[in-house]
Design a protein around this ligand. Sequence first.
Ligand SMILES: Nc1ncnc2c1ncn2[C@@H]1O[C@H](COP(=O)(O)OP(=O)(O)OP(=O)(O)O)[C@@H](O)[C@H]1O
Ligand SMILES: [Mg+2]
Length: 311
Amino acid sequence: MTEDLGATTRRYAADIRSTNRVLLEKALHMRCLAYLSKAKAGLLTQTIVEVNRAKRSLQASYEHLSTEQRVITQQKAELEAVNDELRSFSYAVSHDLRAPLRAINGFSQMLHDDYGDLLDGRGRDYLNRICLASSRMSDLIEGMLVLGQVARAELHRLPVDLSAMAWEILRELQESSPERPVSLQVEEHLGARADRKLMQSVLQNLLGNAWKYTGLNAAPRIRFGRTTHSGATCFFVADNGTGFDLRYAQRLYTPFFRMHDAKKFPGVGIGLATVKRIVERHDGALWVESEVDKGTTFYFTLGEGPKATPA
Ligand SMILES: Nc1ncnc2c1ncn2[C@@H]1O[C@H](COP(=O)(O)OP(=O)(O)OP(=O)(O)O)[C@@H](O)[C@H]1O
Ligand SMILES: [Mg+2]
């Protein structure tokens, strides 16, 4: 059977239309792709520009930072040099002051011994005051020297049994005034990696203060132990002594600052300044809680967290 011409033409026409539609769709698809890749390329270019800009600003910040760091390093070096100079100056002054002071002390004593009888009451009182003042001055100078030594001393971190050290100090204090009924409590096996000699000075000062400032208490109590304070594990020295107003806490560590009457509680005012320097040299911290007539607790860390020594 043969197809008539009309039908063949219609079929070809239909084929052509369908081919055209496919071609048209493909062309449309291609155009879309081209558009999309163009958009993507645009986006990519924009992103690269932004990344480069961020990189440049980062570089600038980095350069700024390293300039600042250089300045800070330089300032730190200058500060350390000035500090060193100050330290050796105060050491030299304190050292040189000792000789004339020794002369004042010595001659006052000779005056007292050899010519004391020739003086009336007022004369002897003046002489007495000269002796007291020069002996106080020699304590102050000694204090300055101690502070200087603490700042300069080389730090040797070794395991130290702080409990044993605390007992030893407390026993000496007890022997110095056996009449005092002080209740003592020391937590066992407390140790740290620290400088033995400097730790001796820390405990000597803190326990010595606890001993001294409970002096007017009828039932004095002193404790040395370990605790957690504001999330930090630390050592503490606590007493139930005279206490003080915490408003002055910041000044406590200033050399020669004292809050109590020298007649009731004698001292130079160098102990806590020394303790603070030692604790800071161990990268630790020192802080205090106190209440008038209730007692005082000093807390300290040693930059490594307190450790228990093996039993
Ligand atoms: N446990 C304490 N209780 C009450 N006050 C204290 C205590 N520890 C220190 N203080 C106050 O802080 C001041 C400074 O203490 P610091 O140990 O430096 O000097 P000091 O004991 O007076 O003299 P020293 O140089 O002989 O130790 C003291 O004069 C006292 O007023
Ligand atoms: Mg003291």
